[in-house]
Design a protein around this ligand. Structure first.
Ligand code: HEM
Length: 387
């Protein structure tokens, strides 16, 4: 999409697309302004003139979560979980995350084929298992949990919407929901030291607690917002590091991995766009946006804007400063950013440590079938193990 973004930044930085019925915004300054002004640009999809009630029940649940609520309700909902995602709390998880990453890699590297798939073997299971562990899903249920999320992920990418497929989907969603409902009831009764207990027991401002649906919606939000995104961050990092021959350098200097991952977030942003609705008539450049219009802020384009970044189309692993918008900006700035950063650094560190060489197999890479997420469906690599 990057050539298209460049063209749009130059020739139509704020434009209306009649085929999708929304505005598109491409420059860094404008994208940042929109995300930073939630009084004028709301996340509430119901405010859009063309809003239609969602068909899928889990979308309805999501609409009640922090991601789709403006302040003050947003702040109240985010307050239920935000301390669990603070950098200090997340840093404490490092040993567990490292163990999970090494387990996955040991399995993937065990069969001596000299090849593995970065997505299936590593980048996909890691965040799913981490969030399961954080929520308090017991070890013996994790395989089941992973199968449910497989089906959920399938949903966003499947093009054969056959009846059998839809049935399988609904089945998995119902099973997962009832599993969560059981967990919710259990933790209400006897809270433990896990995130699920925090979600169901934490008091809101009026002294009430999240309803069962509210708690379920929060769990689904954490799964949906955290998994595909982190999978693609890890995968995109492997692609960038290979394309720029960085693996040897990073093996010698693992401390440089964190900064290189920031550059991946800028250069190949896993989330390319966020949607907003104008709450009043507003002029942006020469565009007259009307109250009720939908506005798409293209993070992926903002992150390549040469007005903000020197040599914006170059991958500079130690770029500094690097104020990318890969995690958004303002009120809805990614809650999981510290966790995603930690998971990606640990994953890449372990991959570097356990291999002596890595190269991506010249395969026909399929982009993820979503216009909002940037990444590939699978990434086969050839490696030699470190001795
Ligand atoms: C919000 C990106 C990982 C949970 C966001 C937003 C972006 C983003 C761009 C802003 C949405 C908006 O402005 O409308 C990413 C990327 C990730 C990642 C690129 C990985 C590389 C995670 C993880 C979690 C998470 C691991 C949790 C486990 C959330 C939540 C929000 C959010 C709950 C909503 C925050 C709010 O509305 O206040 N993320 N995310 N994300 N993210 Fe992430």
């Amino acid at each position: 999409p990057f050539d298209w973004y460049r063209e749009m930044r130059e020739s139509a930085p704020v434009r209306y697309d009649p085929s999708r019925g929304c505005w598109d915004v491409f420059r860094y300054a404008d994208v940042k302004r929109i995300l930073g002004d939630d009084g004028t640009f709301s996340v509430n999809p119901r405010l859009a003139d063309d809003f239609q009630e969602p068909e899928r029940p889990e979308e309805g649940l999501l609409f009640e979560t922090m991601l789709f609520k403006d302040p003050p309700r947003h702040d109240e909902l985010r307050g239920v979980v935000d301390d669990a995602f603070e950098p200090r709390a997340i840093r404490a998880l490092e040993p567990e995350i490292r163990e999970l990453a090494t387990d996955l890699l040991s399995d993937a590297l065990a069969d001596d084929r000299g090849e593995l798939d970065v997505v299936d073997d590593f980048a996909y299971p890691l965040p799913v298992v981490v969030i399961a562990e954080l929520l308090g899903v017991p070890a013996e249920d994790r395989e089941q949990f992973k199968r449910w999320s497989d089906t959920l992920v399938e949903s966003s990418s499947a093009d054969d919407e056959t009846e059998a497929f839809l049935e399988r989907q609904q089945q998995a969603q119902m099973e997962m929901a009832s599993y969560f409902f059981e967990m919710i009831a259990d933790r209400r009764e006897s809270p433990r030291d896990d995130l699920m207990s925090q979600i169901v027991t934490r008091e809101l401002e009026d002294g009430s607690r999240l309803s069962e649906e509210g708690a379920l919606g929060t769990c689904i939000l954490l799964l949906i917002a955290g998994n595909i995104t982190t999978t693609n961050l890890v995968t995109n990092a492997v692609r960038c590091f290979d394309a720029h021959d960085l693996f040897d350098e990073l093996r010698a200097e693992p401390d440089a991995i964190g900064r290189a991952i920031e550059e991946v977030l800028r250069y190949r942003s896993p989330v390319q766009a966020m949607s907003r609705v104008a709450t009043e008539d507003v002029t942006l450049r020469d565009a007259e946006i009307e109250s009720g219009d939908r506005v798409v802020a293209w993070l992926g384009s903002a992150n390549r804007d040469e007005r903000q970044f020197e040599d914006a189309d170059a991958f500079v692993p130690d770029r500094s400063p690097n104020q990318h918008l890969g995690f958004g900006h303002g009120t809805h700035y990614c809650l999981g950013a510290p966790l995603a950063r930690l998971e990606a650094s640990v994953a890449l560190e372990e991959l570097c440590t356990r291999t002596a060489t890595i190269e991506t197999v010249d395969a026909d890479l399929q982009p993820v079938r979503s216009s909002l997420i940037y990444g590939v469906e699978s990434l086969p690599i050839r490696y030699e193990r470190s001795s």
